[in-house]
Design a binder for this molecule. Structure first.
Ligand code: ASP
Length: 314
């Protein structure tokens, strides 16, 4: 704990070209949501709430907003179904909880936290995760909670593109630059100098049934260690898993004594150089310094550094 610790908070709502944000009204809708959720997180942290509470609550609010690809706004898989992944990590203890390929739960990040606190495991998936949700008394929501006209239209479009990809047999065509990887995430640094991170997603549009991305994988989509940093990522998950990018950024801090900005830059270079990875990340280091990086054109994100003004960006 540092006596001078002043809270910091970052959240993201996904990376990509964001060509779906074509008009001012839509842009304002995204920016307002990020701003509102940051201010909620500020309240939690100012009242002495933990980084873990702030990360979980901000992630839950992002899951509750249908404009983001998580919770009620989750994209659809190849069968037209929702399959969500989420994880949360506590930098104090390296405690972590994750769920993958789940449906029918409004806030997967909260279920991930229950896996961390109420089970002896780190990750539960599919039916097993749902059985655990029932065991914990987590309420189920009906299918109608998830399926929006936009998501159905988006799946149709992705299916068409997928066919094009098969015609050309080019893997690059599979995930087009204008695809929105709208995963959400939150990282927080509390007044006691503790770090936490949370990530939640519906995954990638038209993904295979059973596909799990980076978001629920400790070290890939999420990581928090009080000694180094808290990280939440968004992007083409397979590339983030292969580079274990969140832990790699943490290792840059641990081994090279970099700050958040330098470690994020090093992480982005590594992601590009090794796998030409597409996406971005938010990072808070062990001094509460905030940084973000991306290889895509844009990433919706915002931050409050050391209790200052909220900043919101595409
Ligand atoms: N990383 C997520 C996944 O691959 C997608 C995203 O960030 O939007 O499942």
């Amino acid at each position: 704990m540092t006596a001078t610790a002043r809270y910091s908070l970052m959240i993201h709502g996904g990376a990509g070209a964001l060509d779906n944000v074509k008009d001012q009204k839509t842009a304002v809708r995204y920016l307002d949501s990020v701003q509102r959720i940051l201010e909620h997180g500020r309240e939690v942290l100012e009242l002495g709430g933990s980084a873990l509470q702030a990360a979980e609550q901000c992630a839950s609010l992002l899951e509750d907003d249908p404009i983001f690809n998580a919770g009620c706004g989750s994209v659809l898989n190849e069968d037209g179904h929702v399959e969500m992944d989420a994880a949360i990590m506590d930098g104090r203890t390296l405690g972590a909880g994750a769920v993958a390929a789940i449906d029918g739960i409004a806030n997967p990040v909260q279920l991930a936290r229950l896996v961390m606190t109420e089970s002896e495991h780190v990750m539960l998936i599919a039916d097993g995760a749902m059985r655990f949700a029932d065991h914990c008394g987590v309420e189920r929501v009906p299918a109608s909670y998830f399926y929006t006209e936009d998501r159905i239209a988006q799946l149709k479009e992705a299916r068409l593109r997928h066919k094009m990809m098969l015609d050309h047999e080019s893997p690059e065509d599979c995930v087009c630059e204008d695809q929105k990887y709208g995963t959400i995430g939150a990282v927080a640094y509390d007044m006691e100098g503790n770090l936490a991170a949370a990530t939640s997603t519906g995954g990638i549009v038209n993904k295979r049934q059973g596909r799990v991305g980076d978001s629920p994988i400790v070290g890939a989509g999420v990581y928090a260690d009080n000694e180094t940093c808290a990280v939440s990522t968004t992007g083409y998950g397979e590339e983030f898993m292969r580079t274990v990018i969140a832990k790699t950024i943490s290792d840059f801090i641990y081994m090279k004594e970099l700050d958040a900005e330098e470690a994020t830059r090093a992480g982005i270079d590594y992601l590009r150089r090794k796998v030409n990875g597409r996406g971005g990340m938010i990072v808070i280091d062990n001094q509460g310094r905030c940084a973000s990086g991306m290889t895509t054109k844009k990433m919706i994100h915002g931050w409050i550094e050391h209790g200052g003004e909220a900043v919101v960006r595409f």
